[in-house]
Design a protein around this ligand. Structure first.
Ligand code: PCA
Length: 313
């Protein structure tokens, strides 16, 4: 009897392994943990999601492929990492295209239908997407203009930031979030552009002195599910997952807004000098942004135009 009983349970209940790239205390991860709890509750325990954070199950650059290939049913990654497949995935990382939450929301509404189609061809379905706070500049000295960035070893997290760093004359190197403190400690990098969240969580005060609040863009993470895995769920459980995802997107955006002020205050409390950028610096950086947007438009073609038109209307 016991054997039959446990067979019956296991044939209906599923556990989804979910790789994510960022550490547990990251607000994105905290939001995903809540999403997993919501899913478990709403499916009466039929679907459990086991989160493997900080690249522990799959390294960040492998997560999309792992979900696509069905090695795992669900995963989170930094959306603009896919810009090598199609430039539209990188719209949210274009410098100075969308620089506050209102614009980021508008951009996501314009971007979502375009990327949904592309992901569908990969047998993937987006569940929810949440932005990081506006990206700022972390350095070991005051930065008054673009020339002050020349030659600095610069931490990058995607191809767009790498290009931006190159165009301002810095020397970029890709470093994942869990490796930031080590990269600064060993002198691989001396500066970075990232959110107050990632700066504060990495204890940036240990290795930089200035945070210049350039609010350059709000890049997003995305959670995607393998469509085959999704279709294996009962209709009721599918509905429950989609409802939990919609709630997670809303909650995540609210968390992100709160995070901006809270983590900037933590940087300040720990002795980082918070700098309002000079006009000279901003106009120099925005010029580079314009150059990059021109390039992006060419690369993103028709889909990019559709996206930008929707964004500008
Ligand atoms: N934190 C992540 C992505 C953007 C951000 O704010 C990082 O630094 O890699």
């Amino acid at each position: 009897m016991v054997g039959i009983c446990s067979f019956a349970i296991s044939s209906f209940a599923a556990t989804w392994d979910m790789p994510t790239p960022y550490p547990d205390k990251t607000f994105h991860t905290i939001n995903i943990i809540e999403f997993a709890n919501d899913v478990e509750k709403a499916t009466n325990g039929n679907l459990k999601i086991k989160i493997h954070s900080a690249g522990s199950l799959f390294k960040h650059p492998e997560i999309q492929k792992a979900v696509r290939g069905g090695q795992v049913p669900i995963g989170e990654f930094f959306l603009s990492l896919l810009s090598n497949e199609n430039a539209v995935f990188g719209a949210d990382s274009q410098p100075f295209l969308a620089t506050n939450y209102q614009e980021a929301d508008k951009l996501w509404k314009a971007q979502k239908p375009v990327i949904e189609k592309l992901l569908d061809k990969q047998n993937l379905m987006p569940l929810f997407s949440v932005p990081w706070p506006p990206q700022g500049l972390y350095t070991k000295k005051p930065i008054n203009n673009v020339d002050d960035l020349k030659g600095i070893k610069f931490r990058a997290y995607n191809a767009t930031l790498e290009k931006f760093a190159n165009l301002v004359g810095a020397a970029p190197t890709q470093v994942e979030v869990p490796d930031i403190p080590q990269a600064f400690a060993t002198g691989r990098v001396d500066a970075m552009i990232t959110s107050p969240s990632t700066g504060a969580n990495s204890k940036a005060w240990d290795f930089i002195t200035h945070y210049t609040d350039i609010q350059a863009w709000l890049p997003k993470n995305i959670v995607v599910v393998n469509k085959r895995a999704f279709r294996k769920l009962s209709k009721a459980d599918q509905t429950a997952v989609l409802a939990a995802a919609a709630a997670a997107e809303k909650r995540g955006w609210e968390m992100s807004v709160k995070e901006t002020a809270a983590k900037t205050a933590i940087l300040k409390d720990n002795g980082v000098t918070i700098v309002t950028p000079s006009k000279e610096l901003m106009s120099g950086l925005k010029q580079v942004g314009e150059e990059m947007l021109k390039d992006w438009k060419e690369k993103a073609g028709t889909e990019g135009n559709v996206l930008l038109e929707a964004y500008n209307n």
